[in-house]
Design a protein around this ligand. Structure first.
Ligand code: SF4
Length: 299
């Protein structure tokens, strides 16, 4: 049965945003910013699962200018995908965490480049003040901007326990202001956080649907080295979802968000040397096929 029957793929979403391109590839960039949840201005030690090294290939490029990063990485993508539209992706840490004039300078090489079709910016719900949204609304008139706002879970208690440093209502309010600024907004969530159950995952899906996200990245809770959760996991303080339970949770999530929300990811992207568990989390194809099987039998 076709995947299109059950959900909107991220490729389909990108095809609508960038109709001039048959395919779109992301170009990860570091804007050289930190995160208010790491540097002490909002929290200390960051989110309990966070190790930027585990998911961003440019986590260590803070001191390299955006222009130099584009010059270094773009040709590598072009060698493989000559005609692809390029979506510059400010990925690691919090990419709106700087005064607005500094942000303008950081983003400019991406918006000015004829090689780049659009810009995605990953950030936190408490880091998009009005002046930043005004800047992004202007940049959005130059080329499409996709603002990625992390939610992770709609359970307030879990948000406190994992040290996110923002509430569900912060997320709802930020997404509403970003939409009012004319931006496309996407999010990411984690299924299987300690203490959560199936109903929590459903509630997270409901918030993603209610806040009209364009796309969502769904990740299983996965444990990476150098995090507080890794220590807690070693002390056996919680268990991870099994492969089957995760796939059931993703299938239910998709049923709730419906086809208005594109599914950008079905699993995590931790690099092997940092991943502790689960060992199946990198097997995207297996996850997608199991989720589609569940969806096809529950119609
Ligand atoms: S907001 Fe993002 S970068 Fe900051 S601590 Fe949490 S996961 Fe890490």
């Amino acid at each position: 049965m076709s995947a299109q029957k059950f959900y909107t793929t991220y490729k389909e979403f990108l095809a609508k945003v960038f109709p001039d391109f048959k395919r779109v590839r992301k170009l990860p960039l570091s804007g050289g910013m930190s995160c208010p949840n790491l540097d002490g201005s909002n929290g200390k030690g960051g989110c309990s699962y966070c190790n930027n090294k585990s998911f961003s290939p440019v986590w260590d490029k803070a001191s390299v200018s955006v222009q130099e990063q584009i010059a270094e990485f773009l040709p590598r993508i072009r060698r493989k995908y000559k005609d692809a539209g390029i979506l510059a992706y400010f990925q690691p840490y919090t990419n709106t965490y700087a005064p607005v004039e500094r942000l303008r300078e950081i983003y400019e090489p991406a918006f000015a480049s004829n090689e780049i079709a659009g810009v995605a910016i990953g950030t936190r719900p408490d880091c998009v003040p009005d002046d930043v949204l005004e800047l992004l609304a202007y940049e959005n008139s130059r080329k499409p901007v996709i603002l990625e706002l992390g939610l992770q879970t709609a359970n307030e208690e879990t948000l406190k326990v994992i040290g996110r440093g923002h509430s569900v209502s912060d997320f709802c309010e930020a997404s509403s202001r970003a939409h009012a600024a004319g931006l496309l907004v996407s999010s990411h969530v984690i299924l299987g956080l300690p203490g959560e159950n199936f109903r929590d995952f459903e509630r997270t899906a409901e918030v993603i649907r209610e806040t009209k996200m364009s796309a969502v990245k769904i990740h299983p809770l996965h444990i990476v080295r150098g995090t507080r959760l890794a220590e807690s996991f070693a002390r056996k303080e919680f268990e991870l979802l099994s492969f089957d339970d995760y796939c059931k949770a993703v299938a239910r999530f998709i049923q709730i968000v419906g086809k208005d929300v594109a599914i950008e990811r079905f699993s995590g992207e931790a690099q092997n040397e940092t991943l502790i568990a689960p060992d199946w989390c990198g097997d995207r194809n297996q996850i997608v096929s199991k989720v589609e099987e569940i969806l096809s039998t529950s119609l």
